[in-house]
Design a protein around this ligand. Structure first.
Ligand SMILES: NC(=O)c1ccc[n+]([C@@H]2O[C@H](COP(=O)([O-])OP(=O)(O)OC[C@H]3O[C@@H](n4cnc5c(N)ncnc54)[C@H](O)[C@@H]3O)[C@@H](O)[C@H]2O)c1
Length: 319
């Protein structure tokens, strides 16, 4: 039997990596629905899939989901720029559209795996645990928390699992477009610092580079999604490395890979809201997904910089 998997937001960073991996499976067809608002067609050049330019809650698409035309929906589409402050727009695109997908999927009993975010935790004390400290500090984080809440309302009504993945700070191949938007650069600090280093620019960090984040490599994020396709029950899981690391650690590791070292300039953080310490607690993740991360920050940066040095631009494991 052929699996037919719908990936919303499949032209984006994480969606295109999922598409690249799943499309290589035998007996798997990948269909992408993306409105191309922030994604990049170049991510899909080497991915064998059906591409549709659509809103992720397109009427006809909802009918197809409700009619059981897909084995699973992997919902990645969202406004991903966390500095967008338009509350109505953020909730419409991120939360309302997801609710429509859940409704359609429950009709046919289709599995849904969706992207939540560590933004749901705001600045609560780390380690971040599912069910505690869920106090987002911006509308993006709120829209994701609202997604997790609407999902729980469908757990009992759907015959198939609904699995939410709260990604922490994801980095890796396929994210170039996030540094090329007008306005805010949203790619990982790993890519931003690497590109500055290669351009011979001064590396700058908010004072004093000791902010801690849980950086998770894209290959682990793909594996977590594959595990979610097999998860036996519904739930929300953190997807991180389980270890908080500093921005200074990133600079040091990029330096190591480029056989150099950098004098960093530290400057005042202009943001009134900024996550100072995130770290994924992985208890629920292990229980629901039977998965744990395998890439350290050192290994991830080494793999990524090796690819970047060959001018690799698309998702992992594509030409
Ligand atoms: N990258 C991270 O570190 C990270 C962290 C936490 C959560 N997330 C979540 O993971 C998911 C994927 O993020 P990403 O990093 O790949 O971002 P991305 O911006 O690269 O990808 C998002 C994709 O969704 C598409 N899109 C946006 N609105 C749409 C709509 N209404 N209909 C159809 N397509 C639409 C965009 O064009 C883009 O291709 C998002 O839901 C994001 O909130 C990402």
């Amino acid at each position: 039997m052929t699996d037919r998997i719908l990936i919303t937001g499949g032209a984006g960073f994480i969606g295109s990596n999922l598409a690249a991996t799943l499309s290589k499976r035998t007996n798997t067809e990948v269909v992408i629905a993306d409105d191309f608002s922030s994604g990049d067609w170049r991510n899909l050049i080497h991915v064998d899939c059906e591409v549709r330019a659509l809103d992720c809650d397109d009427f006809d698409l909802m009918d197809e989901i409700a009619a059981g035309q897909f084995t699973a929906v992997m919902h990645q589409a969202a406004i991903t720029d966390t500095t967008v402050m338009d509350q109505r727009l953020m909730v419409e695109v991120n939360t309302n559209a997801f609710a429509a997908i859940l409704k359609a999927a429950a009709t046919s009993g289709t599995r849904v795996v969706y992207a939540s975010s560590a933004g749901t935790y705001g600045n609560s004390a780390a380690p971040n645990r599912i069910g505690s400290g869920e106090e987002p500090e911006n509308i993006y984080g709120f829209s994701k928390l609202a997604m997790d809440r609407v999902a729980t309302r469908w757990y009992e009504k759907s015959s198939a699992p609904i699995v939410g993945l709260r990604y922490f700070n994801v980095f890796g191949p396929g994210e170039h477009h996030k540094n090329e938007h007008e306005g805010n650069k949203t790619a990982s600090m790993i890519l931003q610092l690497y590109q500055k280093a290669k351009a011979g620019e001064q590396l700058r960090l908010f004072k004093y580079g000791e902010q801690m984040r849980d950086f998770v490599y894209i290959r682990d994020v793909i594996d977590a999604n594959l595990a979610a396709l097999e998860a036996p029950r519904s739930g929300v899981c953190n997807v991180g490395s389980g270890k908080a690391r500093t921005f200074n650690d990133i600079v040091e590791n990029i330096g190591k890979q480029l056989a150099t070292s950098f004098d960093v300039e530290y400057f005042d953080n202009p943001f009134s809201f900024y996550q100072m310490h995130t770290e994924a607690d992985l208890t629920e993740t292990k229980a629901i997904l039977n998965w744990q991360p395998s890439w350290s920050l050192e290994q991830g940066i080494k793999d990524y910089v090796t690819l970047l040095e060959t001018n690799h631009r698309g998702p992992a494991d594509t030409a």
